[in-house]
Write a protein that binds this ligand. Structure first.
Ligand code: XMP
Length: 526
């Protein structure tokens, strides 16, 4: 029997998001859950058996990179229409809905990307409660619907897309050319809310608070009196996983924390103090600094560095696990896998592949120690994991900490990595972060850090000239980390951080501030 991803015993209202490959698909599901309705993402070519089992109250068709003007691009399966539930097509979802109902879609000469003014032309349940006729929306498309499908009416337009929204005259089929899930679209949450509440008539019964007891019971049921191994990173996901397991099985949880030597200043001490001394978890710290430094010695290429760090991590974790396992006979491996790590790609339904963060992949473990996975967060988004963590009394500095990449400072030192550079970067980063906290700015930015540039520039200290390296400050504001703006931090603040760094760190002669958005830059520098 196929099991629902999460809510195993409860029958709660579900909105299904069918993924046509848009970068925004996850946002759609997150927004629906924020509204209080459970939502799951599945590939566009989902089997009708699975569809029937899930029994959704409504289906949202995501955007996607393909063009319906070409043959062999994704289409909505007939089993969706047979469900007789409301459908909302967004962007590519709208175009394929139109094309499959005898409408016409054409490729525009100009791609439209960014803000657009959308005028509501007809009353629609989708726009109920919006007290203006003109809203700013976020567009990202090359194709557009150029003639309405049978029995559809136009409900809204933009300058470049006359048919920017449409709906069926009798059936509950709706479509939008713009992206209501993106925070730049005004009233986007209201539009999605109208779809799930007024059109699909869903109950708002998705509540994170209720989950703890259910998850604790599920863990107990899965592992009984057996021991469970967990790789703790100090990040939100593995920390919340540890707290849930601690609540469920107490001392049968064995945590391993790998010090790869690429962590932030005092990070190891902080993890030990919280998890080992305060929460009293069984925590083993593995000092692997030397191995990482040896493997990274002389390597300059960013991709190579990432690969080496990932591979070394898996090797060390495997070794430790084998050691612990031979001592303790452990059958279970817990992982802080969250929903974005497991969402299946469009092709996956056919080839049964799953996309999983590579260092999470249990396939990396040696054959003799294949273990059963315990993944209590695998259907949750990051914001939901944070809420769960707060209910489990994890301190807010862990829960609200800016994200830190798996390869750590390894991708924040341009060029070769060595212990001296790591120490300098740790010092500079700690100054920047502590000043942000002191100035009450830490929570205003989504992510902030220093980058080490091994470029000699001149400076004067006293009467002497010195040639030393550069630190770049990076701070961004973002909702989803897919797009980001550089943070407009006060000049006096940047000036203070800069002064402290060049005065307190002898080997740094210059500080610069990164004023590039994403796109075109990424948040990290490597
Ligand atoms: P970029 O640099 O791609 O980063 O704009 C987006 C977000 O992802 C984080 N990031 C990573 N996280 N392993 C991770 O766990 C990685 O290899 C990695 N690379 C980037 C980055 O810090 C930002 O929050």
């Amino acid at each position: 029997m196929m099991k629902k991803l999460s809510i195993a015993d409860k029958d709660i209202d579900t909105i299904l998001v069918l993924d046509f490959g848009s970068q925004y698909t996850q946002l759609i599901a997150r927004r629906i859950r924020e509204i209080g309705v459970y939502s799951e993402i599945l590939p566009w070519d989902i089997s009708s058996e699975k569809l029937q089992y899930l029994n959704p109250k409504g289906v949202i068709l995501s955007g996607g990179p393909e063009s319906v003007t070409k043959t062999n691009t994704p289409r909505i399966s007939n089993s969706i229409f047979e469900l007789s539930v409301p459908i909302l097509g967004i962007c590519y979802g709208m175009q394929t809905l139109a094309e499959q109902n005898d409408g016409k879609v054409t490729t525009s000469r100009k791609k439209e990307f960014g803000y657009s003014k959308f005028s509501i032309e007809e009353e629609s349940l989708l726009f109920k409660g919006i007290n203006t006729k003109e809203i700013e929306v976020w567009m990202s498309h090359g194709d557009k619907v150029s003639s309405l499908p049978n029995n559809f009416v136009l409900t809204g337009s933009t300058e470049s897309a006359q048919i920017a929204s449409m709906e069926h005259k009798e059936l509950p089929y709706y479509a939008l050319q713009f992206h209501p899930e993106v925070s730049h679209t005004n009233f986007g949450l209201e539009i999605l809310g109208n779809f799930v509440s007024l059109i699909c008539k869903c109950k708002k019964d998705w509540n994170i608070g209720d989950l703890i007891e259910q998850r604790v019971n599920e863990i107990k049921e899965q592992v009984g009196n057996e021991k469970v191994l967990l790789g703790l990173s100090g990040g939100v996901d593995s920390s919340v996983t540890a707290m849930l397991l601690d609540k469920a099985i107490g001392s049968n949880l064995i945590c391993v924390f790998i010090d790869n030597g690429l962590l932030r200043k005092n990070e190891v001490e902080e993890v030990v103090s919280l998890f080992k001394e305060n929460i009293k978890l069984n925590l083993e710290v593995v000092d692997a600094k030397k191995t990482f430094y040896r493997h990274l010695n002389g390597v300059k290429d960013p991709e190579q560095k990432r690969k080496i760090i990932g591979r070394t991590f898996i090797d060390i974790f495997d070794n430790e696990s084998v050691n612990i396992k031979t001592k303790e006979e452990i059958k279970f491996l817990a992982q802080g896998t969250i929903y974005p790590d497991v969402i299946e790609s469009s092709e996956s339904e056919s080839n049964e592949a799953r996309i999983i963060k590579s260092h999470h992949n249990v396939g990396g473990l040696p054959d003799e120690m294949k273990m059963e996975l315990v993944e209590p967060l695998r259907d949750l988004f990051k914001d939901e994991v944070r809420k769960l963590g707060a209910k489990l009394d994890l301190p807010s500095d862990i829960l609200n900490r800016h994200p830190f990449p798996g390869p750590g400072l390894g991708v924040r030192i341009m060029g070769e990595i060595n212990p001296d550079r790591i120490r300098l970067l740790q010092e500079a980063d700690s100054i920047f972060i502590n000043e942000l906290i002191k100035a009450d700015l830490y929570d205003d930015v989504s992510q902030a850090f220093c980058v080490y540039l091994p470029i000699k520039t001149v400076g004067v200290v006293g009467d002497e000239r010195r040639y030393a390296d550069v630190i770049a400050l990076r701070a961004v504001e973002t909702v989803d980390f897919m797009t980001a703006r550089w943070a407009d931090l006060p000049y006096e603040f940047i000036s203070k951080v800069s002064n402290r760094i060049v005065n307190e760190i002898a080997d740094i002669s210059r500080v610069v501030y990164d004023v590039t958005g994403k796109p075109p830059a990424t948040i990290e520098w490597e």
